[in-house]
Design a protein around this ligand. Structure first.
Ligand code: SAM
Length: 209
């Protein structure tokens, strides 16, 4: 069964993102998983659209790694607007993703919390995988959570990136409400290269060595 593009189309992902963003994310995930398989982190899950395509990338590449998603839902107030992401979305996303991960035989787990809390704690933890204890070191990160500068700055500063890892930030210009500079922030924290930057997203690759 290969219902992937149809599944993405039915998800709510396209409601919030440009139509080609799904293909863009999928291609980057596949590239990373083939070249240097390492865990994928998604911040901001909502109804599960982008997480769905990361699961598909894991299945297509058969990469020996996993997806982690982080989202508090619960009508958490947004600093810039009304809270809209409630527990109905959580229930939908968790059941969709659990069923899809299971059917594809790929691994995924979710943390119901804020990204900054998650990243501050997870850097001291690590996880067990295939009999080994390993740090959470990300091969690809998709930041699509709070979309405000202070949060994105903290997220970027606390990410533990694998060599060659990709950081993709949704609505890049929107995170710069105070005029701060996202490319500078990335270059201050990582040795690497900005390979895409516009209103809709910023994409950065950490040097492989
Ligand atoms: C734009 S939606 C994400 C869209 C999703 N990636 C998709 O494919 O449909 C933003 C999500 O970020 C979550 N969120 C808000 N603040 C957050 C934070 N500090 N950490 C993690 N997630 C957050 C919201 O609950 C909401 O579900």
């Amino acid at each position: 069964m290969n219902p992937t593009p149809k599944m993405w189309g039915q998800s709510h992902y396209y409601g919030a993102c440009p139509p080609n963003m799904g293909i863009y994310l999928f291609d980057h995930a596949v590239k990373m998983l083939i070249e240097r398989p390492a865990p994928i982190l998604e911040v901001g899950t909502d109804y599960g659209g982008s997480a769905l395509l990361f699961l598909d990338a894991l299945a297509q590449t058969k990469a020996d790694t996993f997806l982690v998603t982080v989202d508090p839902w619960g009508f958490k107030p947004y600093p810039t607007g009304q809270p809209i992401y409630g527990d109905n979305r959580q229930e939908f996303a968790l059941s969709l993703l659990a069923a899809w991960a299971r059917s594809l035989h790929v691994r995924w787990h979710h943390f119901k919390m804020n990204s900054v809390d998650f990243l501050e704690h997870v850097q001291h933890l690590g996880c067990w995988y295939n009999g080994k204890h390993m740090p959470y070191e990300w091969g690809m990160v998709f930041l699509d959570g709070e979309h405000i500068w202070d949060t994105v700055r903290k997220e970027v500063e606390t990410l533990n990136m694998a060599p060659g890892g990709h950081i993709i930030i949704d609505n890049a210009m929107h995170t710069q409400l105070d005029g701060s500079d996202l490319p500078t922030l990335l270059h201050q924290n990582y040795k690497g290269e900005m390979f895409h930057y516009n209103d809709n997203d910023a994409a950065f690759t950490v040097n492989p060595t």
